[in-house]
Write a protein that binds this ligand. Structure first.
Ligand code: MN
Length: 226
């Protein structure tokens, strides 16, 4: 099972009302994206995302990652997200996941297994992170279910290495790697997505993300060759 689908992600969202991207598949390159988004929704959690087969595998980590190798952080696997979601920081005004999203960490990752799908199926994925905050070796281990079990529960654990340590990384480094601000700052800074009341917000957001560094003009129809 190597095909990943965004159907679940899309089914939970109204893209005429949400600034979140609809999501397009892209061919996975050699460089794989990684990010953590701090998400204040009905409760605060950290969305841990790893690019795989053109989507972002996603786990919601209530307590956030820990650099202490003795800590086992519950990571509940959620629906795959589009790659471009990984750059998103802003406000989800309504619907599923409504709240504030902060880009808490970003970078790249590499699996320490030859076959990621097999590792996921076996319930143990070892990998290396090259983030701005999180680095070094980590593992996601599926929790053996109690009773009827729930295959979506995993543990996120830092391996002992030069990047592990007795640091409460979520508390000591709470700010965005994108804006440098906190959640209140994102809320107060009038995020551009909040302003875009066009019906096709997802499309506008994608265009904005693609052209953000090139132009300050309003998003237009993206060039076909891009
Ligand atoms: Mn979330």
């Amino acid at each position: 099972m190597s095909k990943r689908s965004l159907a679940s992600y899309r089914s939970k969202r109204d893209f005429s009302a949400s600034p979140e991207p609809y999501g397009r598949r892209r061919k996975a390159g050699k460089i794989l994206a990684y990010c953590v988004q701090k998400h204040l929704a009905s409760h605060l959690h950290y969305d841990f995302r790893l690019e795989h087969h053109g989507v972002l595998l996603s786990w919601a980590v209530p307590k956030g990652p820990s650099l202490r190798s003795a800590d086992k952080r519950l990571a509940r696997q959620v629906e795959d997200h589009p790659i471009e979601y990984g750059g998103f920081e802003g406000i989800i005004p309504s619907g599923y996941g409504a709240g504030i999203v902060m880009l808490w960490d970003r970078g790249t990752w590499e699996p320490l297994a030859d076959d990621v799908d097999a590792a996921l199926a076996q319930g143990e994925l070892k990998f290396r992170l090259f983030g701005e905050k999180l680095k070094g070796e980590w593992v996601l281990v599926r929790v053996k279910g109690y009773g009827n079990g729930d295959a979506r529960n995993w543990l996120l654990i830092k391996h002992r290495d030069e990047w592990s340590g007795d640091i409460d990384v979520a508390a000591e480094f709470p700010l965005s790697v994108k804006s440098g601000g906190d959640l209140e700052h994102i809320l107060a800074s009038e995020p551009e997505v909040w302003r875009s009341h066009q019906p096709a917000r997802a499309k506008a957001l994608r265009a904005k993300n693609a052209g953000a560094r090139k132009s300050r003009r309003a998003p237009r129809k993206p060039a076909r060759s891009r």
